[in-house]
Design a protein around this ligand. Structure first.
Ligand code: CTP
Length: 881
């Protein structure tokens, strides 16, 4: 790999030289060695789509074979990139204009001449080679030379710099852009105006965003208002500054924003202005400054929405350990609280983080008694209480970490976990249940009593309690004993919501179901052969009803005993102790727990225990269920059960499962709130080769799987709460390497037509779309829209998680962010009103307007109508006479 690098704290000469070097070495990667100058950062934030820059830590420095250094040759100026010099074979090329120093690297190719800017040297080479330079590149190169020569005034400037600038101007370099971004001394008039603006400025706080508004009136036109506003932002530390100045007969308005929640271009759109989210301007002829300022204030109030920050979503206080806590102890705490990492504190100060993996490693070496300080990682990414939600999301995705400590003056104030982020994005809908159940005290709220009435009052919703009451009444009337069984009882004790009510009736299950349906004005579906039925209530709520199996009667003669033992036999056929409890619904013992196999104790201890040895042989899907419950609740599969599972897997029991059963189980597993743990556990137990050999669970898959929830959330929230098919997406990631060979997967899963269509979208269409989006050439929004036209929400999420190239994901994210606001303001009716007869070209015309909207070519309804009229005119379509 070849990389192009400039010095840390890159200025415009460094940046321009890098971009110029990329023209000479098109296959090389552009890599930042450290920070960017403030003005360069601002410039890049507007143009980051145009160039694909990468961070040193994101590339495999070991694989670098050629280092192309520009505007520097100092070893100490290239930060982490220095790592590449460890490779004895590395080739170094240098393009620099600085005088020699002791710190210098030696290059196998050196273009080092003392001109005013390094960019000059590269422009000369490009000119000699006859390389094409477009107007934008010429502007960037001119910025480089102007900045390092202070607009050709420094004594270090040579005639070669001036010639290079002349060459760039003849290739379309734009001086207004240069003067907007360059840090240049102000003229006397500008200084006066700046003073006026500072004196007149008023500071506002709108939803936590610091906003500076200023205005002025001066007789003659003074250029560079944008630069002055920019300086005001700098000196005042404001997040946003807006100035309106009357010069001659026009009011010039300029807005600058450093805050991602405030898009100044949207505010100045109120004055028909234009620009970017961070810099925008507008001009109003014959305007009144005061009226304009009032309108700006109103627009700001409407647009500046409060942004969620870490302090709003963090969990506090934080469970921490001290430097001297033993590895053993820390391990126990992690297990108990279900965390994957714990902050380590030294007194009040944050000292590091100890992770599950560090602990396992230490234990593996027999060092359980050692203190955590020797194993913790000291380089911890922390955030402050003010870090915003999008920033937190980025940090989690970029560094692949699930927990960010919130630190203030070195002291840990809280922690933000992936769950906190997801919950704040999903609001109420994010299931809290999988977290809460780690908390063992929750389980004991039943006070050990075998009557769960109290728990029912605390954990069940009103409608469910009412329904159980009605079932109880009917049970007594029919004379049957009726129980709720299985997952419903398990989750009631755990305090987890479960809306799947399974009833077992000692007697005639279908008969009871019919009377329940009648009583509650619902419908019933009966399977007489199995003695089962399903009652569907008016709100689509379903209750499954089964008959307790009578073939297991132990003592057919003794009726009461038979009744009890029949329930016991029914429960004994089930998978795990925690799923084999029953809740009595008959009035006499209403709420009484029936627990023959110690299910409640296993729940309290977090154990998955099978009921009998042949369970996994009889029903191999239980292997997958064991993994699912273990991961969902953070439980542990009991030793004997685990060895039965391993034996059943070795005996290839899973291979006996039908495609339908495998698919249904996979749907359950991959549809869980966070299925990645189960996916890994299945690969650890060697399950995948039997149920889906095409599944790949290597490190790369893992890192993609971890990105998937965020990708889905992004698509869902930009799509206004769009619901995505989670299991298909996880499946797609696992089998992404099979390419378009869907049949390979389908012969194992027999998917529905719709599922097959989705898979083929992910595996066949998405790679094509990625290819179209990864071009280096800048893409217009409408071009992106056309590339993604056939993608569904799942397709977008898939690419966001899978595509490695930042340019692709950025383009997609920008598109998604824009597309949501891209509703057309006109319809076919408006075209009719223009005098055209409805025809298929209406759709073409509306599509064209949509593209124009995306590209920012139209904004208002009038623009759209004008655009359509011109479009149809261009098509030569005639109007109705
Ligand atoms: N069951 C079983 N063996 C299986 C599937 C189910 O013994 N292969 C029993 C368990 O007692 C389970 C009940 O049937 O509790 C209901 O099954 P199901 O609704 O699939 O699962 P739940 O346990 O309710 O779990 P979930 O929360 O995933 O719905």
């Amino acid at each position: 790999m070849e990389i192009i690098v400039s010095h840390n704290n890159t200025d415009f000469d460094g940046l321009a030289s890098m971009i110029a070097a990329k023209k000479l070495f098109p296959d090389a990667e552009l890599v930042y060695s450290g920070k960017l100058h403030r003005n360069v950062r601002e410039f890049m934030s507007l143009h980051k789509d145009t160039f694909n820059f990468r961070l040193a830590r994101d590339i495999a420095l070991k694989e670098v074979t050629r280092l192309i250094l520009v505007d520097t040759k100092g070893i100490s100026r290239i930060g982490e990139v220095r790592e590449v010099l460890k490779n004895p074979e590395i080739e170094v090329y240098i393009y620099d204009h600085h005088p020699a120093s002791a710190d210098d690297l030696k290059g196998s190719l050196e273009v080092i001449e003392e001109v005013g800017a390094a960019t000059t040297l590269l422009v000369e080479i490009m000119k000699k080679q006859g390389l094409e330079i477009n107007s934008f590149e010429a502007t960037v190169f001119a910025l480089g030379i102007y900045e390092d020569t202070d607009c050709l005034t420094f004594t270090s400037t040579t005639s070669r710099d001036a010639e290079a600038v002349a060459y760039l101007l003849s290739h379309g370099a734009k001086l207004p852009v240069v003067s907007e971004f360059i840090d240049r001394p102000l003229s006397e008039q500008q200084k006066n105006l700046l003073n006026k603006l500072i004196v007149a400025s008023e500071s506002y706080d709108i939803n936590g965003v610091k906003i500076l508004i200023t205005s002025g009136e001066i007789g003659e036109y003074v250029g560079g208002l944008a630069l002055l506003v920019h300086k005001m932002v700098d000196v005042s530390n404001a997040d946003v500054a807006i100035a309106a100045v009357l010069m001659d007969d026009r009011v010039h308005i300029v807005g600058r924003s450093h805050d991602r929640v405030v898009d100044v271009s949207r505010i100045l759109a109120g004055f028909n202005g234009g620009g970017h989210a961070m810099a925008a301007s507008a001009t109003v002829r014959d305007g009144n400054v005061e009226t304009i300022i009032n309108k700006i204030k109103t627009l700001l109030q409407e647009h500046v929405r409060p942004e969620v920050a870490a302090e709003n979503i963090m969990s506090a206080p934080v469970k921490t350990v001290t430097l001297d806590t033993t590895i053993e102890e820390a391990g126990k705490i992690l297990l108990r609280y279900g965390h994957t990492g714990l902050p380590v504190v030294d007194g009040q100060k944050m000292a590091g983080i100890i992770s599950r993996r560090d602990i396992d490693k230490a234990k593996h070496h027999g060092l359980g008694h050692a203190p955590v300080k020797g194993f913790m990682s000291r380089r911890v990414i922390t955030i402050s209480g003010k870090t915003t939600l999008p920033e937190i999301q980025h940090l989690m995705i970029d560094h692949n970490i699930g927990r960010l400590p919130v630190v203030n003056n070195g002291r840990i104030e809280g922690i933000v976990s992936r769950t906190d982020v997801l919950r704040s994005l999903h609001g109420e809908h994010y299931p809290e249940k999988y977290e809460r159940i780690y908390n063992i005290t929750q389980v004991s709220t039943g006070n050990g009593s075998d009557n769960l009435k109290l728990l029912m009052a605390a954990n069940l919703s009103g409608p469910i309690r009412d329904l159980l009451g009605q079932i109880s009444y009917l049970a007594d009337r029919s004379g049957y004993r009726v129980f709720a069984v299985g997952g419903f009882v398990r989750d009631l004790i755990l305090g987890v919501e479960n809306l799947d009510i399974d009833l077992v009736v000692e007697g005639d299950g279908p008969g009871f179901a019919r009377s329940l349906a009648e009583f509650l004005c619902g419908r019933v579906r009966v399977h007489n052969k199995f003695g089962t039925a399903m009652v569907i209530l008016h709100n689509n709520f379903r209750v499954d009803v089964a008959t307790a199996r009578t073939e297991y009667y132990e003592y057919p003669a003794a009726l009461p005993k038979v009744e009890v033992s029949s329930l016991k036999q029914d429960l004994y056929r089930r998978d795990f102790t925690i799923n084999a409890m029953a809740l009595t619904l008959s009035a006499r013992n209403f709420g009484k727990l029936v627990d023959y196999f110690g299910g409640r104790r296993d729940l309290e201890e977090g154990i998955i225990r099978v009921l009998y040895n042949l369970s996994f042989v009889e029903d191999p899907t239980r292997i997958l269920r064991a993994v699912r419950f273990e991961q969902r609740y953070g439980f542990r599969i009991e030793t004997q059960t685990l060895s039965l599972i391993k034996r059943a897997i070795k005996a290839k029991m899973l291979a006996k499962l039908s495609a339908d059963r495998v698919r249904e189980e996979l749907k359950h597993i991959l549809g869980e709130a966070s299925p990645t743990g189960a996916i890994l556990r299945m690969s650890e137990l060697n399950i995948w080769p039997f149920i889906l050999p095409a599944a790949n669970t290597d490190q790369e898959s893992l890192s993609i799987l971890k990105k998937l929830p965020f990708a889905m959330e992004f698509v869902s929230s930009t799509g206004g709460g769009l619901k995505l098919n989670t299991w298909v997406l996880y499946l797609g990631v696992l089998v992404r390497e099979t390419g378009c060979r869907i049949s390979l997967i389908d012969e194992k899963l027999r998917m529905s037509r719709e599922e097959q269509r989705k898979m083929s979208e992910l595996l066949c269409l998405c790679p094509e779309v990625v290819k179209r989006l990864s071009g280096r050439k800048p893409m217009k929004m409408s071009e992106i829209a056309s590339a993604v036209r056939e993608l569904s929400g799942e397709g977008f999420a898939f690419i966001l998680a899978v595509a490695g190239e930042e340019v692709v994901t950025e383009r997609l994210k920008n598109y998604l962010a824009r597309a949501g606001h891209n509703k057309l303001l006109i319809s076919g009716e408006d075209i009719k009103r223009l005098g055209y007869q409805p025809a298929p070209y209406f759709k073409d015309a509306l599509d064209a307007v949509r593209d124009a909207r995306l590209d920012g070519a139209v904004a208002t309804r009038e623009d759209e109508i004008r655009f359509v009229a011109e479009f149809l005119d261009g098509l030569g379509v005639s109007k109705i006479q």
